[in-house]
Ligand binder design. Structure first.
Ligand code: HEM
Length: 449
């Protein structure tokens, strides 16, 4: 839709969302103008429907819902042990353990297929990987997503995420007075309630563990390992704050990495020469039988470029937003009153031919600094910003990158991946995040060691 509007109106146009007017911006320079003028406490969106649920249930606001100084304090706490690459690296072993189980599960699925190497609906399997991985990293708990039969409470959580997202569309567009009369609000709240009770159970278990350690060995005897454990035991977060915010982290950390990995594998399957070059790069650093570690990725520029190029073509959050609350703001030569909501159309901006040559084609080497080629040109810094920008940018960026690097390198080290015979062109659909419009079926052929 944004792409069509750009053709019709150029890189800036207005649209309506209920009673709100939105200003859409679809070029790197315009996105840059908004982002560079955001204040100390950037507002993405008022998150009214999420806030209504939290108020209805007396829950503390999580990181997506909270604003202003309250957001700042919560974000400062959450930044610890997550924001910097060296901190994310602490979770390498946890990710690798889950990825090992993922490969076992992948092999089971391959073995069940008629050809012995086909995996139907790769996005689904990667969703299970991402949920298992984020739960393990955040809570230090395995939740059984990679077992042949998924435990009931984990399955309920997965269904509830779907229920909440499907109904949130109706809840957003229908007036509030319809809530008692139509089924959507009730379903939306039930979805959220199940999401929160899944998170609460994991948090309650962790609180008990921390208390037991305190009683047994005193403050110095606490063995801090996972993220939640660290935040609770250092009192950066109270259990109530954790209950308000951790379910949101779970939501943010699953569809994002799983869909990006799906697109990356799809394009590597369509581009065997790029996949072969990547295989060579990977086994040159981590030979067959060796498990990659975070320090290895310094020597894998192509792997990083594949992920960057995937996120350029499929920014999993296809449009972001900012409301500039502090002052009137000038964008593209026009003055807008304060509280204007700007929609940043990243999907369109990152396929703009004036920023990227042959923007529709998958060319990871545009991110490699090869001297003397077109790739050595400096890219516009806001041409592709899949993790957002500034102090309110993605909290999970570094763990997301690490997870994707660890998984992709391990798969490409061990398998040659191709499209399944029934596969035709896959297009993207914007469903809050960008998803494939059909199931992605791939073949994973084991390489010889
Ligand atoms: C491919 C992976 C991912 C992508 C592309 C992505 C992208 C984004 C984007 C575009 C934003 C909005 C940033 C802004 O407004 O400037 C965001 C926010 C956020 N992301 Fe991610 N994300 C990914 C993975 C994750 C993961 C694994 C987590 C897990 C913790 C996570 C947690 C968050 C949180 C908590 C915020 C809100 C931050 C705030 O409001 O202060 N993300 N992400």
């Amino acid at each position: 839709m944004s792409a069509l509007n750009t053709v019709k109106y150029g890189p800036m146009w207005t649209s309506a969302l209920g009673s709100h007017t939105l200003v859409n911006l679809a070029s790197a320079p315009l996105v840059e103008q908004v982002m560079r003028q955001e204040g100390k406490y950037p507002v993405r969106d008022h998150m009214e429907q999420w806030r209504d649920h939290r108020d209805h249930k007396g829950l503390k606001y999580g990181i997506f819902v909270t604003q202003g100084e309250q957001w700042y304090h919560l974000r400062q706490a959450l930044n610890q042990r997550l924001l910097k690459p060296a901190e994310a690296a602490l979770y390498t072993d946890a990710f690798n353990e889950v990825i090992g189980d993922f490969i076992t599960r992948l092999d089971q699925v391959r073995a069940e297929s008629a050809s012995g190497d086909q995996v139907p609906d790769v996005a689904h399997l990667l969703y299970n990987l991402a949920l298992e991985a984020i739960c393990y990293v955040l809570f230090e708990k395995r939740v059984g997503c990679l077992e042949p039969t998924i435990p009931e409470d984990t399955a309920t959580f997965i269904r509830s995420v779907g229920l909440m997202f499907q109904n949130s569309v109706y809840v957003t567009f229908l007036p509030k007075w319809t809530r008692p009369f139509l089924p959507f609000w009730k379903r939306y709240v039930t979805g959220w309630d199940n999401i929160f009770s899944f998170g609460k159970k994991l948090i309650d278990q962790k609180v008990k563990e921390v208390e037991a350690q305190l009683q047994a060995a005193g403050p110095d005897g606490i063995q801090v390992s996972g993220y939640l454990h660290f935040l609770l035991s250092s009192e950066l977060l109270s259990p109530q704050e954790a209950i308000g915010t951790f379910p949101e982290l779970l939501l943010a950390g699953v569809d994002t990495t799983s869909n990006t990995l799906t697109w990356a594998l799809y394009h590597l399957s369509k581009n065997p020469e790029i996949q072969e070059a990547l295989h060579k790069e990977v086994v040159g650093v981590v030979p067959f039988g060796t498990v990659p570690k975070h320090k290895d990725f310094v020597h894998m520029p192509l792997l990083k470029a594949v992920i960057k190029e995937t996120l350029r073509l499929y920014p999993v959050v296809p449009s972001n937003s900012r409301i500039i609350t502090e002052k009137d703001i000038e964008i593209g030569g026009f003055l807008f009153p304060k509280n204007t909501q700007f929609v940043l159309c990243h999907y369109v901006a990152s396929r703009d031919p004036s920023t990227f040559s042959e923007p529709e084609s998958f060319q990871p080497d545009r991110w490699l600094r090869n001297k003397g080629t077109e790739n050595s040109k400096v890219q516009h810094p806001f041409g592709s910003v899949p993790f957002g920008y500034g102090v309110r940018s993605c909290l999970g960026r570094r763990i997301a990158e690490l997870e994707m690097q660890l998984l992709l390198s391990r798969l490409i080290q061990q398998y040659a991946v191709t499209l399944a015979p029934d596969m035709t062109e896959v297009k993207s659909l914007a469903r809050i995040v960008l998803v494939p419009n059909r199931k992605v079926n791939l073949r994973f052929l084991r390489r010889q060691s």
